[in-house]
Design a protein around this ligand. Structure first.
Ligand SMILES: N[C@@H](CCC(=O)N[C@@H](CS)C(=O)NCC(=O)O)C(=O)O
Length: 307
């Protein structure tokens, strides 16, 4: 079975971002399907409480946030165009907006009764109630100000028309895809595929681009149980850390959390930090020692002592 494990659920746009990247990179992967909302104890033993999806695992190394997962896919498949921090400032700014403000606008503008029915059909009525309660709570604790329905739709439509202008070639920033294409794709996948909105009508270039993105497929997924995935972590050693000159910050207890929404903190020992990445070590009986990787962008790291 493949080494790369993705914790994901079918209706999750950020999971779709990574599934599409895995298709583009033509990588085999194992899928652990998780619930649409916490509690997710099978994942918490690995991450220490990071609440967002997707998460990836390679042996005893765990990757939180689609940016850290994309960097891993880039490494495994030799696709440097998927490493956010190595792209131009223009591409990085595009990704930042697409993954946060545009994504939230897509979800707010396109969620309607039809989406709820879909959730009820695919899960259950009680699950749908719990889901709504969870997302309302998450919204209350968020640091990002959410737009209201009409403003959110206007933001999405402006974004689509900007993309139409940007698409001089097959992909947003040239003849081949880069991380920006995947960030722009998952929000529109939610709007068009999940919510069935006809909002790309009249935008032929975005329509054809969307078809090209979907044509990447999802790579080669095989299903894996959460307990088998935990056993893999337990039987593995985290990989060797990159060399670091300045070790002054290391070996202290820190917490890290996203700086936007879903800000549940993860606590552990800081064992690596550079311009792009933070790695925290955690040890539990269930999975042994794991190294949890977070991107620098979009996260705060604080010493436990300062809290
Ligand atoms: N910055 C994160 C965003 C991930 C995100 O917002 N994922 C959504 C699902 S698409 C989520 O976790 N929602 C709450 C949940 O599923 O519990 C990333 O790039 O991975």
């Amino acid at each position: 079975m493949p080494d790369l494990i993705l914790y994901q659920y079918p209706l999750s746009p950020f999971s779709e971002k990574i599934r599409a990247m895995l298709g583009y990179a033509n990588l085999p992967w194992c899928s652990v399907t998780v619930r649409e909302m916490p509690p997710r104890p099978e994942l918490n033993v690995l991450t220490g409480g990071y609440r967002k999806i997707p998460v990836a695992q390679l042996g005893a190394d765990v990757f939180c946030d689609s940016r850290a997962i994309a960097a891993e896919i880039a490494r495994l498949a030799d696709k440097p165009e998927l490493v956010l921090e190595d792209q131009s400032e223009e591409i990085q700014a595009f990704v930042r907006e697409a993954d946060l403000e545009i994504f939230l606008a897509c979800v707010i503008a396109a969620s309607d009764g039809r989406m709820l029915w879909r959730l009820i059909r695919e899960t259950s009525l009680i699950n749908t109630f719990k889901f709504l309660k969870d997302r309302i709570n998450m919204g209350r604790k968020s640091r990002v100000k959410a737009l209201r329905g009409a403003d959110a739709k206007e933001k999405v439509m402006t974004h689509i028309s900007n993309m139409e202008r940007l698409l001089g070639e097959d992909f947003l920033f040239g003849p081949a895809p880069c991380i920006a294409d995947f960030s722009a794709y998952h929000g529109l996948w939610f709007v068009c595929d999940l919510a069935g909105k006809p909002w790309l009508d009249g935008y032929p270039k975005v329509n054809s681009w969307m078809s090209r993105m979907k044509a990447f497929g999802h790579g080669k997924p095989e299903s894996l149980s959460a307990s088998d995935a935990a056993t893999r972590a337990k039987n593995a050693q985290p990989r060797v850390l990159p060399h670091i000159e300045d070790k002054t910050q290391l070996d202290q207890q820190v917490t890290t959390s996203p700086d936007d929404y879903g800000r549940d903190p993860v606590t552990g020992t800081l064992i690596y930090t550079d311009r792009n990445e933070t790695i925290i070590a955690r040890e539990t009986q269930e999975v042994g020692l794991v190294h949890v990787h977070f991107p620098k962008q979009g996260f705060r790291v604080r010493p436990v002592e300062s809290l």
